[in-house]
Each structure stands twice: as C-alpha cells, then as structure tokens.
Design a binder for this molecule. Structure first.
Ligand SMILES: Nc1ncnc2c1ncn2[C@@H]1O[C@H](COP(=O)(O)OP(=O)(O)OP(=O)(O)O)[C@@H](O)[C@H]1O
Length: 292
C-alpha cells in the first residue's frame, strides 16, 4: 500500500430486513451517523457507538425498479456504486501504482457479503464494478509503449480444501495444494489464471465460477455460500523503455468473499450443512488470529 494512505480500511454495512426478520416483527437496533455506527440494546436501551472508516446505511431509503435495481430514494442510502467508489476504487488506484491489494467481506451468514462483493442480478457488487472500471481505463490507453495485461482466477476453500472454480469437475478428494515460493510468495499450484481481454470475458468467467461455487439453503439464508471465495485479478503493465528493454509492473487484486459465521441452532444445520458450518467457523477464527 502507498505510504500516503491508511494501509487498512474497515467499513460496515447494514442491509434491509429479509422476509424471515419481517415476519418475526424484528426491530432495527443499528443506527448510523457519518462514520459512526451505534447499536442499542432493545431491553435496557443502552447504546454503544463504534467508529469505522465507512458506515453504510442500506437498510431503507431505496425503491426497487421493475428491473430489480435498488435505487437511492433518500440521501442516507448507500448503494452499490457508493460502496465501490469508497472501497473498490482505492484498490484499483493501488493496482495502477503496482501495489497488491485485498478486500475481504466478513460477517454473519446472511448479512450481505455476497451482495456487496458480487451482487445479485442487476445490483452489481464491488467485484464486477471494479473489473468494469479497470477495463474502461485499459481501453482508453493510447500509449503504444505500455501494454496492459489482465488475468483472472477464482477459487473456493470448501471444507478446508482448495478448488478451482473455473474448472467444472468437482474433484472427489484432494484439492489444490498451497505452496510458497521465495519470489512469488504464496500461490496455489495448478490454479488456472485465465488471460482476459475485456470486461465481457471476466463477466462470463465470474458467472461460471459463481455457478460452480458451493451454496445451499439454510434457515438463515436461502442462498448461503458454504465456502470462502478468492478472486484474483492479476494486472501487468509492461512498459517499453527508450533502450528497447521492457519493465513490468505487476499487482494482484485479491477480492475475498468469506463464508459467514453461523450458529447451528439458528441455521438449522445437520449433516453436510453442519460439517460445512463447523469448517467455516474454525477457519474464520483462524483468520481472526492471523489478522490479530
Ligand atoms: N445491501 C443490501 N440491499 C438489499 N438486499 C441485500 C443487501 N445485502 C444483502 N441483501 C440480501 O440479503 C440476502 C443475504 O445476502 P447474502 O447472500 O449476500 O449474504 P451472505 O453474507 O453472503 O451470506 P452467507 O455467508 O450465508 O453466504 C440476499 O437475498 C441479498 O440479496
């Protein structure tokens, strides 16, 4: 990360109630003011405020068009574009300067991670908007001495096993190996990095990967992701020098949609779902330790 910006930024987002919460007559205990998020204990009325780099209110203040687009109606509503402008854009700017960047979506199951990262239907999330914006700039490049190359990979970690989401067949056992190289750092052996020439190609790969990703319905979320997903956009800028030698500036943008933490009593998980849930919770707590 460049030294003139904070190396870590944290944002929270509150989504609208889902059907289950509406049926239960739930009351919203979160309020937001600027970057501050306040939680109120519904019994005692006690409040606790937290400050983040961004607090996004997406609970209400919008209408849904007949095409299914969530449109801002009130000023306080944070739409997908705004979340991209604050978070995805910084990641892109860093990539242009040759820095690696990572964006994680973390939260309880059903809290809206996949919605923010990938999006549903016409409400595109950070990942597709970032890719779209990247290619807009690439396509406007008129510098003949600068070649811009992009490749795309997409993997999931399901029950502690790494699987390439751009490969259709689900290997019964095994999974890809994570290795460490002195120069390249950590990498996944055998993972496909597909060269892409335009946004349409990325969109197609992303659709394919999303279909291959393991999801299932639980009591908490009808479209619950049962795996952690990592999309890597590798961006190379090959710059021709006056001496005829080329210089490559390379950066990886890692976009991570984690599986949600869950309580088996709330998700109603048994069998496979329970096994997945316990792998998810264990790996999230390990990730927490690593970050700490
Ligand atoms: N900001 C939002 N605006 C409107 N709807 C949202 C928003 N965030 C989430 N939703 C809706 O809430 C539901 C759950 O969201 P999502 O699938 O993104 O959760 P998740 O955190 O990825 O869950 P899991 O960890 O179980 O995969 C979806 O139907 C999604 O469309």
């Amino acid at each position: 990360m460049p030294s003139n910006s904070d190396s870590v930024k944290v944002a929270v987002r509150v989504r609208p109630f889902n059907q289950r919460e509406r049926n239960a007559g739930s009351k919203c205990v979160i309020s937001m003011n600027g970057n501050s998020t306040t939680i109120t204990d519904p019994d005692s009325g006690q409040t606790k405020a937290f400050s983040f780099d961004h607090s996004y209110w997406s609970h209400d203040g919008f209408t849904e068009t007949k095409d299914g687009v969530y449109m801002r109606e009130a000023d306080h509503y944070a739409d997908q574009r705004q979340v991209f402008s604050d978070l995805g854009k910084g990641v892109l700017d860093n990539a242009w300067q040759g820095y690696n960047a990572a964006l994680f979506a973390y939260g309880q199951t059903g809290s809206g991670k996949s919605y923010s990262m990938i999006g549903y239907g016409p409400n595109k999330g950070i990942v597709p908007i970032t890719c779209e914006e990247l290619f807009k700039v690439i396509e406007s490049n008129k510098d003949k001495d600068k070649q811009l190359q992009v490749s795309f990979s997409m993997l999931e970690i399901y029950n502690e096993k790494v699987r390439d989401l751009l490969v259709k067949s689900k290997a019964e056992t095994g999974g890809l190996k994570i290795r460490q190289d002195q120069k390249a750092g950590f990498y996944v052996e055998g993972l496909k990095h597909v060269p892409v020439r335009n946004y349409k190609e990325i969109e197609k790969l992303m659709e394919q990967g999303t279909v291959n990703r393991t999801t299932a319905s639980t009591n908490m979320n009808a479209t619950s992701s049962r795996s952690h997903m990592v999309i890597t956009i590798r961006f190379n800028q090959v710059i021709m020098g006056a001496d005829g030698k080329s210089n490559t500036r390379s950066s990886d943008i890692n976009l991570v949609d984690l599986a949600g933490s869950e309580r088996s009593s709330s998700t109603g998980a048994t069998g496979d779902r329970l096994r997945e849930g316990s792998a998810i919770n264990q790996s999230l707590s390990t990730l927490g330790n690593v970050i700490r």
